[in-house]
Ligand binder design. Structure first.
Ligand SMILES: Cc1ncc(COP(=O)(O)O)c(C=O)c1O
Length: 189
């Protein structure tokens, strides 16, 4: 018998479901040092299992600091970060030049509601030029990946006039209300 959408979804939900016992076993059997294990235990007590970490990975270390492509956990164990960060910030950890720019800006202006400020105007111009879109274009800022996905869905619907968006089983597109409808992992225990 061919499995339908509902069966696949139920199977996937079951696979991604995490209990306290599963989490405790994973921590117990993890290859980390004692400080890292204690922090992972604390993490599991205070943060929802619905985040990316528990659903996608068996267990992850608790990182304390970074130097370029190297990461160090709470016990000082060294790891190589083959992504050198993640998605939009794949710039390595604590790059000296970037750290200086962040420190300087933190001393000038850190947050200004949703209104223009000097760096925002400069960044909008820079991103628009980097996009290489020939027609007149503008940038829309967001603060999360989910924002970006929701904007992409809205743009796709606007330009195609079609309502449907296809996604794959086991996918991850974010945890906002809009992206939850596209994300396979639906467990927020
Ligand atoms: C592929 C993908 N899409 C969307 C998101 C959602 O991003 P955010 O958690 O910033 O909303 C992530 C975040 O990990 C992601 O990896």
């Amino acid at each position: 018998m061919i499995k339908g959408f509902k069966d696949n979804l139920a199977e996937q939900r079951e696979r991604l479901k995490i209990s306290e016992q599963i989490v405790n076993n994973r921590i117990h059997n993890s290859p980390f040092g004692e400080k890292t294990k204690a922090l992972t235990r604390k993490w599991s007590q205070y943060e929802s299992f619905g985040g990316v970490g528990w659903g996608v990975f068996e267990i992850t270390p608790v990182i304390e600091r970074a130097e370029g492509a190297y990461l160090y956990d709470a016990d000082g164990k060294e790891y190589i970060d083959l992504l050198s960060g993640f998605s939009v910030s794949a710039l390595g950890g604590c790059n000296k030049e970037i750290t200086k720019i962040i420190q300087d800006q933190a001393g000038k202006l850190t947050h200004f509601f949703d209104l223009p400020h000097v760096e925002r105007v400069k960044l909008a111009e820079k991103l628009t030029k980097l996009s290489r879109i020939k027609e007149k274009t503008r940038v829309a800022f967001g603060v999360t990946g989910s924002d970006a996905i929701e904007l992409a869905v809205r743009a796709a619907r606007y330009y195609t006039g079609q309502p449907y968006i296809f996604t794959a089983y086991g996918d991850y597109h974010g945890l906002t209300y809009g992206t939850m409808g596209l994300t396979g992992k639906g467990c927020l225990d």
